[in-house]
Design a protein around this ligand. Sequence first.
Ligand code: PPE
Length: 307
Amino acid sequence: MVQKAETIWFDGELVPWDEAKVHVLTHTLHYGMGVFEGIRCYTCTDGGSAVFRLREHVRRLFDSAKINEMAIPFTEAQICDAIVETLKANRLAEGYIRPLCIIGTGVMGVYPGDNPVQTIIAVWPWGAYLGAEALEKGIRVKTSTFTRHHVNVMMTKAKTCGNYVNSILAKREAIAEGYNEALMLDTEGYVCEATGENIFIVRDGVLKTPPPGAILAGITRESVMLLAEDLGYTVVEERFTRDALYSADEAFFTGTAAEITPIREVDRRVIGAGKRGPVTAALQDAYFKVLRGENPKYGAWLTRYSF
Ligand code: PPE
């Protein structure tokens, strides 16, 4: 169960958690055209808290809305401010932030007409996405029978609600078969991403991640690429096949929710030593230092707040 907070920001007002409701004829409920973000905030070592890469996430929310021809009746700056206001109102020092824009009621039918775009911002405490042990021990992954979206079937650069039906199908299948997460291939059979994470492999100290294409270009992915270069690793954006993953020294997923999660097994093949590898561990360490405000080089990635 999601851990309740007190209030949810709803079109400019903070409303009590239990009263943040929409009508059953909300267009998005029927057809899936909505856009959202997932953002995390962390407590900092020197006190207070910080939202990680707030502006980049809010920018992607607006990009997603533009791609889907949804006009958000707020500015990016207003949404950034509203997120901080919601965190403070709920006194949330560390957790997850979920902005969501939906198409409201009005006409029914696929064509959404002039139905209003409604915006909510919910925040709640959320621990490790793939379980407490996952960050340390790694997870077991299975290649999905479901293919990731083709770039001309869904707009893969948009974080659209409906895109996640494909993710849910794959995730349910993986969990039902005893795995923690699904690996999704693109329509040509190359490794693409997971249901809510990007993927990296490491071989001989070189990191590889699929290029922007059918993937959601993750903000964690970009952050990890920069941190890996700081640590002296070469990073290439290049397509690779599942057999390259099977024979990698290390593999890991990145995402706001999943952070940096090691992969210890794929399709019954043990990856590397079958536990978190040294490159993954070094990147986790560098990433958490940034999130906790311990790396001044990336101070601009943090929006500080306290209450
Ligand atoms: N690919 C997909 C499909 C995806 O949903 C995410 C984020 C990523 C890659 C990584 O993107 P970024 O967070 O910018 O590094 N998935 C969000 C939703 C997860 C959920 O279950 O809901 C997240 O991590 O917040």
